[in-house]
Design a protein around this ligand. Structure first.
Ligand code: IPE
Ligand code: IPE
Ligand code: MG
Length: 246
C-alpha cells in the first residue's frame, strides 16, 4: 500500500495552505490538565505541519495562532500563550534557518506585548533571506480588522491623490491587505470539529477549498496533513464555471 505522501500528485499541490489550529484546550481538559498544557503540546503539531509543508515544497503556510478575540480569554491563558510564543520562537529559529523557512506575521503588531514583538522581528529578520516555505503566523489577527484597516488606507490614498476611486478593484484592494505579497490559499484546514471561520482571512478564502477534521490540534501530525492534501486533490475547483469547461 502506497503511503499517503506517495499518493500526492506533486504538480497539484496547493501553493498556499491556511490552518485554524483549534482544540488545544479540549485536548488538555480531556486529559485532566489545564488548557495551557494543550497549548504547549500544540507546538509539536506546528513543527510537524511546517516540516511537512517545507518538505513538499509548498510555498506558503499560514497558521492562525491568536485572534483579536482571543485577547478576551482569562489573563492567565493569554499570558501563557504570549510566553509560549516567545520561547517557541527562540527555540525554533535554528530549525527555520536549517529548513530554509521564512517567518512572517500578519495581524496587529502594535497590539502585541513589546517583548513578543521584538522576538518576532528578530526571527523575521534572521530568516528574511530564506527562499523556501513562507511561514506566516496570524497573531492578534482578525479579518474584519484587516479589511477595515485596508479601507482606511485606501481612503487615505484617495484623499492624498495617490489613487483614483475608479482604479479601486479586487486586485488593488488585495494589495492593501496584510497578505498583499501572497497568493490566496487554495486550501484551508480547521481542526477540532468546529465548522466556522472565526474571523480568519474572510477576503482571501473567497474560493478556497475548506477542510474540517475532528482531530484536536495537539494530535495533528504529518499524516493528517497529507490526508487533507489528498482530499483537496480529489476536488474539482470550478470558480463559477461548469464541469465541462474545466
Ligand atoms: C486553539 O485552541 C488555540 C488558540 C485559539 C490560541 P483553543 O485554545 O481554542 O482550544 P479549544 O477550542 O478551547 O479546545
Ligand atoms: C480561532 O479559534 C482562533 C485561533 C485558532 C487562533 P477559537 O477557538 O478562538 O475560535 P472560536 O472562538 O471557537 O470561534
Ligand atoms: Mg478553540
Amino acid at each position: 500500500m502506497e503511503s499517503l505522501k506517495d499518493q500526492l500528485i506533486r504538480e497539484k499541490l496547493p501553493r498556499h495552505v491556511a490552518v485554524i489550529m483549534d482544540g488545544n484546550g479540549r485536548w488538555a481538559q480531556k486529559k485532566g490538565n489545564s488548557r495551557i498544557f494543550g497549548h504547549q503540546h500544540g507546538v509539536t503539531a506546528v513543527r510537524e505541519v511546517t516540516e511537512a509543508a517545507a518538505e513538499l515544497g509548498i510555498g506558503y503556510l499560514t497558521l492562525y495562532a491568536f485572534s483579536t478575540e482571543n485577547w478576551s480569554r482569562p489573563k492567565r491563558e493569554v499570558d501563557a500563550l504570549m510566553s509560549l510564543l516567545v520561547s517557541t520562537i527562540s527555540s525554533e529559529t535554528k530549525t527555520l534557518l536549517k529548513n530554509n523557512v521564512k517567518l512572517n506575521t500578519i495581524g496587529c503588531r502594535e497590539c502585541l506585548p513589546p517583548n513578543v514583538l521584538k522576538k518576532l522581528e528578530d526571527a523575521e529578520n534572521k530568516t528574511s533571506q530564506n527562499t523556501g516555505l513562507t511561514l506566516t503566523l496570524a497573531l492578534s489577527y482578525s479579518s474584519r480588522w484587516e479589511i477595515v484597516d485596508a479601507a482606511k488606507r485606501i481612503a487615505g490614498d484617495v484623499k492624498a491623490g495617490k489613487i483614483n476611486i475608479d482604479e479601486i478593484n479586487d486586485e488593488v484592494f488585495s494589495k492593501y491587505l496584510t497578505t498583499y505579497d501572497m497568493p490566496d490559499p487554495e486550501l484551508m484546514i480547521r481542526t477540532s470539529g468546529e465548522l466556522r471561520i472565526s474571523n480568519f482571512l474572510l477576503w482571501q478564502l473567497a474560493y478556497t477549498e475548506l477542510y474540517f477534521t475532528e482531530v484536536l490540534w495537539p494530535d495533528y501530525r504529518k499524516e493528517d496533513f497529507y490526508e487533507a492534501l489528498l482530499d483537496y486533490q480529489r476536488r474539482e475547483r470550478r470558480f463559477g464555471k461548469i464541469s465541462q469547461q474545466i
